[in-house]
Design a protein around this ligand. Structure first.
Ligand SMILES: CC(C)(COP(=O)(O)OP(=O)(O)OC[C@H]1O[C@@H](n2cnc3c(N)ncnc32)[C@H](O)[C@@H]1OP(=O)(O)O)[C@@H](O)C(=O)NCCC(=O)NCCS
Length: 186
């Protein structure tokens, strides 16, 4: 399954990470630094991304995902200004069961404008067109903002994976919501 390099919608454009560059790693890392407090609560990778070099390694993994057709990571930018807004990824693409998962984050400054809802809708549209039948969004049960994105994008709450993740920071088990949308519901 191939995914396009660019996906556009009303206000945003998604650009696939096909090639890691230091310029892009520096740009994204600056946003991670600025948004660290809100990213670290729910995204374990934020803790381990401590330099532009770490981000460069992440970009290399994203590019490999495109090559191997397993994960498709996109940078989200405002269409008119090219301002960086965040990232969205179609992950765990399973070509036997035609399922995949969407993960995402926004720079703190970009939150509260409906950009992620728009990005989810744009990416899922392409995924369903490519033949994916089921898309999942998972979020920590305490991640109210992410749950809003899934609900506003009309995902169905399949259930809660109870105490699925051990949280190294809090030393407690966290539970995750599992949301899904089927091609027939799009
Ligand atoms: C999860 C996350 C992406 C949600 O960001 P967000 O800005 O709330 O989501 P959206 O871009 O879809 O914006 C929706 C909000 O903008 C508001 N909004 C303003 N203008 C809007 C418009 N034109 N269209 C839609 N919504 C609009 C909505 O009311 C909504 O606010 P609400 O949640 O208080 O109701 C963000 O909080 C984040 O990056 N968190 C840290 C990382 C993370 O947790 N990632 C998810 C892991 S599962």
């Amino acid at each position: 399954m191939n995914f396009p390099k660019k996906i556009k919608s009303d206000r945003i454009e998604l650009t696939g990470v096909h090639k890691p560059t230091f310029e892009l790693a520096n740009e994204i890392y600056a946003h991670i630094e600025e948004s660290r407090a809100h990213l670290e609560v729910f995204l374990p990778w934020a803790d381990t991304t401590k330099s532009p070099e770490d981000e460069f390694v992440a970009l290399k993994d994203f590019a490999q995902g495109f090559d191997q057709k397993t994960n498709f990571a996109y940078i989200i930018r405002e269409k008119n200004t090219h301002r960086f807004l965040g990232c969205i990824e179609l992950m765990n693409v399973d070509t036997k069961n035609l399922s995949a998962e969407i993960g995402y984050w926004l720079s703190k400054k970009a939150c509260g404008n409906g950009y992620m809802l728009e990005a989810v809708r744009a990416l899922e549209k392409v995924a369903f067109e490519k033949g994916i039948n089921r898309i999942v969004i998972r979020n920590d049960v305490k991640n109210i903002k992410s749950a809003h994105v899934a609900r506003n994008a009309d995902y169905h709450l399949d259930g809660v994976l109870r105490e699925i993740r051990f949280n190294d920071k809090t030393k407690q088990f966290d539970s995750s919501n599992v949301w899904s949308k089927l091609k027939s519901e799009a």
